[in-house]
Design a protein around this ligand. Structure first.
Ligand code: ADP
Ligand code: MG
Length: 589
């Protein structure tokens, strides 16, 4: 008897399990499945992302449902459309040897009438997002008054996303004697409240430590100056040529921007966030699954629960506000028994947060250095050599061989290799050979850089009359100059002009950018303030800090064309006011 049979599962599911190649039940499956098969009980099961919760409720649900009846008997609520589709697909796989069993997904952003038709054709199991479910109940398109099982999957996330009221309302349409199965990665107070309110003496199952990540994931952090965050990201990617990663940003806006920059710099990247249409999101996910995208830049909500195996790296471009979110992020890698790395890029001022995360996930982080240009070149060179070694030969060029041979006949194999690598590799190498060290010095020194390195004070001829206050001017400068969060300091806005400071090293760049700059049709002028008295240095910043990657189309000049910056900010000061407000809450999705 195999280990799944021992849990009490029937023949049809065992056959599907064998087809899927599952050999041993995961811990949550081992604990939950026998209980759920045995009795009709409520259950609260807490287990990390990636531990196989879908099968832990999916297998017993399929066993319990009467496939000869067309009545809807099981309802699974899940937070996002992506998860909803994922669960539906899994359930279809599990039940592929039970032909009459139909599982139907309902979620927002697709035709409600199509979904209603699907349900009319008979759906013993419905997998739904709470919003769409509510909608369909109100329109009498679904009948859940006879369900025996209601599953709340990723309950913590549904509550995070503000679905409490929806869940409440949906459950009020279900019979009192149903069983409720709640699955969650974490147990915040809101989840405990749901458990108390809607469940009767639930069996409780906890797998592993609450809040700890998968044991297959190692955690690393890199300390850089804020302004070097993006350059650091590129180095991390370049140092891992086979990277297949999810990069997490805190806001939709940063997500979009980082993805755009990566694409512009020649990486296979895309953004995933709530401002994209469902269609766009589906396309992105499809390309990601097919590995056409190597770097998926995502918000926490959009990436929640994404079940793509083999993700090699999770990169925290910024740390999340809440530590539980970190657990979800890092759970995207190290799945299905594989190992993975979760990297965090931090500035010195955020170092303390690493300690807090360590304490809560009960794992320690390793402090690593952003690789130098030379290390990256080595890695890429060997990677290229090994790719060449593995490449399949294309015989279409055979007919040109004699003439190619003639051109190259005087060279030895060694010389040919060198020449070949020079052609393929020189640009990349030149780009990185003078790259500066991106690791922030004195990791535990929390003083701000401007004071240590000397800073420059500037005069700028815009002020209150142009609609700026110190915050909007700081935002405007940071965006226009493409500098990090802390790079602009001491912003002092007067009526028709203002002052600000940056590190000396940005001086030349700033003067260049503002040399010919217009805002709402008028010239914006920046000069070094007479009273700064500290304008030493002022050399042009080396391009080397911008990372690049190679492979033909990859660019090695990370600087954005000036024109782009200019267009951006021509939207003017009035809009920059609004932009800040809008960013607050809705920007996390
Ligand atoms: P969770 O919901 O806990 O985040 P999933 O149910 O999405 O995890 O499962 C994660 C991955 O592990 C899926 O690809 C799933 O097919 C696979 N999986 C689940 N159970 C097993 C098992 N017993 N053996 C091997 N792989 C499994
Ligand atoms: Mg899940």
């Amino acid at each position: 008897m195999n280990k799944f049979e021992a849990l009490g599962l029937g023949e049809a599911i065992i056959k599907a399990v064998n087809d899927m190649g599952f050999e041993t039940p995961s811990e949550v499956q081992e604990k939950a499945i026998p209980v759920l098969l045995d009795e009709d009980t409520d259950i609260v099961a807490l287990a990390q992302t990636g531990t196989g919760k879908t099968a832990a409720f999916g297998f017993p649900l399929i066993e319990k449902v009467d496939s000869t009846s067309r009545i809807t008997q099981g309802l699974i609520l899940s937070p996002t459309r992506e998860l909803c589709l994922q669960i539906t697909n899994e359930l279809k796989n599990y039940s592929k040897f039970i032909p009459q069993l139909r599982t139907v997904a309902i979620y927002g952003g697709a035709s409600i009438h199509e979904q209603s038709k699907e349900i009319k054709r008979g759906a013993q199991i419905i997998v739904a997002t709470p919003g769409r479910m509510q909608d369909m109940i109100n329109r009498k398109m679904v009948d859940i008054s006879n369900i025996g099982y209601c599953i709340l999957d990723e309950a913590d996330e549904m509550l995070n996303m503000g679905f409490y009221e929806d869940i409440n309302a949906i459950l009020s349409h279900t019979p009192d004697d149903k069983s409720t199965w709640l699955f969650s990665a974490t147990m915040p107070r809101e989840v405990a409240t749901i458990a108390k309110r809607f469940m009767h003496n639930p069996v409780e199952i906890t797998v592993g430590h609450k809040n700890t990540g998968s044991k297959n994931v190692s955690h690393e952090y890199y300390v850089v100056n804020s302004r070097d965050r993006y350059a650091a990201l590129k180095r991390l990617a370049d140092a891992n040529p086979d990277i297949f990663s999810v990069i997490f940003c805190r806001t939709k806006r940063d997500t979009q921007k980082v993805a755009e920059n990566l694409i512009q710099d020649g990486y296979n990247a895309a953004a995933l966030h709530g401002d994209l249409s469902q269609n766009q999101r589906d396309l992105v996910m499809k390309s990601f699954r097919k590995r056409q995208i190597q770097m998926l830049v995502a918000t926490d909500v959009a990436a929640r629960g994404i079940d793509v195996d083999d993700i090699t790296h999770v990169i925290n471009y910024q740390l999340p506000d809440e530590i539980e979110t970190y657990t979800h992020r890092s759970g995207r890698t190290g799945r299905a028994g594989k190992s993975g790395v979760s990297m965090v890029i931090v500035s010195k001022s955020e170092l303390r947060k690493i300690k807090t995360v360590e304490r809560i996930i009960k794992k320690s982080f390793e402090k690593k250095e952003i690789p130098s240009g030379e290390e990256i070149c080595q890695v890429q060179l060997f990677h290229l050599a090994s790719d060449i070694g593995k490449a399949e030969i294309n015989h279409e060029i055979d007919s040109y061989l004699p003439s190619i041979n003639e051109v190259l006949e005087d060279f030895s194999k060694e010389e040919l290799i060198k020449k070949f690598f020079s052609v393929e590799f020189s640009r990349f190498h030149n780009y990185y050979k003078k790259a500066k060290d991106l690791n922030a010095v004195g990791g535990d020194d929390r003083r701000d850089d401007s004071r240590r390195n000397g800073s420059t004070r500037y005069f700028i001829n815009v002020g209150e009359k142009d609609g700026f206050d110190w915050m909007t001017l700081k935002d405007f400068l940071k965006e226009t100059l493409d500098l990090g969060r802390d790079a602009v300091s001491r912003v002092d806005v007067k009526e028709s002009f203002s002052f600000f400071n940056t590190d000396v090293e940005h001086q030349q760049k700033i003067l260049d950018i503002f040399e010919e700059y217009t805002l709402d049709g008028r010239n914006v002028n920046v000069e070094i303030s007479k009273d700064s008295g500290r304008n030493r240095g002022g050399r042009r910043r080396k391009g080397g800090a911008n990372g690049g990657g190679f492979k033909g189309s990859r660019r090695s000049d990370g600087f954005k064309p000036k024109g782009r910056n200019r267009n951006d900010s021509q939207r003017g000061s009035a809009s920059s006011n609004n932009r800040r407000d809008k960013r607050k809450r809705s920007d996390r999705r």
